[in-house]
Design a protein around this ligand. Structure first.
Ligand code: ADP
Ligand code: ADP
Length: 235
């Protein structure tokens, strides 16, 4: 049984008389600990696939399962609980709450998990320190640079040690140097914790961090690029 299994997933949107096939029969399986990149032009269906995987949107048909749990069999409340316990999110625009400090932003997922204040603060501080932000914990987002805000949002995604991380254009607003620093940090964290990462990007350079890259076009997976293992490179 695959860690994540996507079976012939379709997602249609109706706009007036027009039917938009945002996902047009996507099938793939992902193993635990894999770093997957989804690459494709704007409108190719990347965000829709991520949203369906996160249970934020329901596919029109097909099935998404995590191990032996099929999202089709969960109601909205169960999907929300599954998401809060298992999935961390990193966004292009950071999505930090502006009136909260870095420490408070990072603590949020732990509140949803019912963890007490002392433990929340300890965990949030530790991960912010690991990401080089110990002097910034009481700063609010508008007092931080873009790279620092993205590190806070990475801290928030990882603080609850979720099994799966979804990153939607995590380097989309960052310069090249900061993008590589951020990707190095993400890669180090998922490797250390054996987490599975699915990243949407349109920056081909960022796919070099991924184990596999899926190229999307018109709601379908057009091709897959697998990174050669070290054995394959040597042979
Ligand atoms: P990408 O992330 O690759 O840019 P999206 O998944 O956002 O692509 O969009 C895929 C297609 O579905 C596009 O044609 C987009 O306009 C359409 N789409 C996405 N979300 C909606 C929505 N909520 N309502 C209608 N159409 C949508
Ligand atoms: P980076 O190279 O990490 O992206 P910048 O060059 O943008 O950082 O910023 C340099 C320093 O200025 C950083 O330590 C950052 O905390 C601080 N800084 C950046 N933007 C702001 C801001 N809007 N308010 C306060 N301090 C800021």
């Amino acid at each position: 049984m695959a860690f994540i299994n996507i079976k012939n997933v379709k997602k249609n949107y109706k706009i007036g008389d027009n039917l938009i096939r945002a996902l047009d029969g996507v099938s793939l399986s992902i193993e635990r600990g894999e770093f997957i990149a989804l690459l494709g032009a704007s409108g190719s269906g990347k965000s829709t696939l991520l949203n369906c995987l996160a249970g934020l949107e329901r596919p029109t048909s097909g099935e998404i399962s995590f191990g032996n749990i099929s999202l089709n069999n969960l109601n909205e409340e169960e999907v929300t609980k599954f998401r809060n316990l298992n999935i961390g999110f990193v966004f292009q625009s950071y999505n930090l709450l502006p009136h909260l400090t870095a420490l408070e932003n990072v603590s949020l997922p732990l509140i949803f998990m019912g963890i007490g204040k002392k433990e929340r603060d300890e965990k949030a501080f530790k991960i912010l320190r690991d990401l080089g932000l110990s002097k910034r914990i009481y700063n609010k987002p508008n007092e931080l640079s873009g790279g620092q805000q993205q590190r806070v949002s990475i801290a928030r995604a990882f603080v609850s040690n979720p099994k799966i991380i979804f990153a939607d254009e995590p380097t989309g607003n960052l310069d090249t140097k900061t993008s590589f620093e951020i990707m190095d940090m993400i890669k180090e964290m998922i490797t250390k914790n054996k987490q599975t990462l699915i990243m949407v990007t349109h920056d081909e350079e960022m796919t070099e961090f991924a184990d596999r890259t899926f190229f999307m076009r018109d709601g379908q997976i057009e091709k897959v690029h697998e990174k050669l293992s070290i054995d394959e490179v040597l042979n």
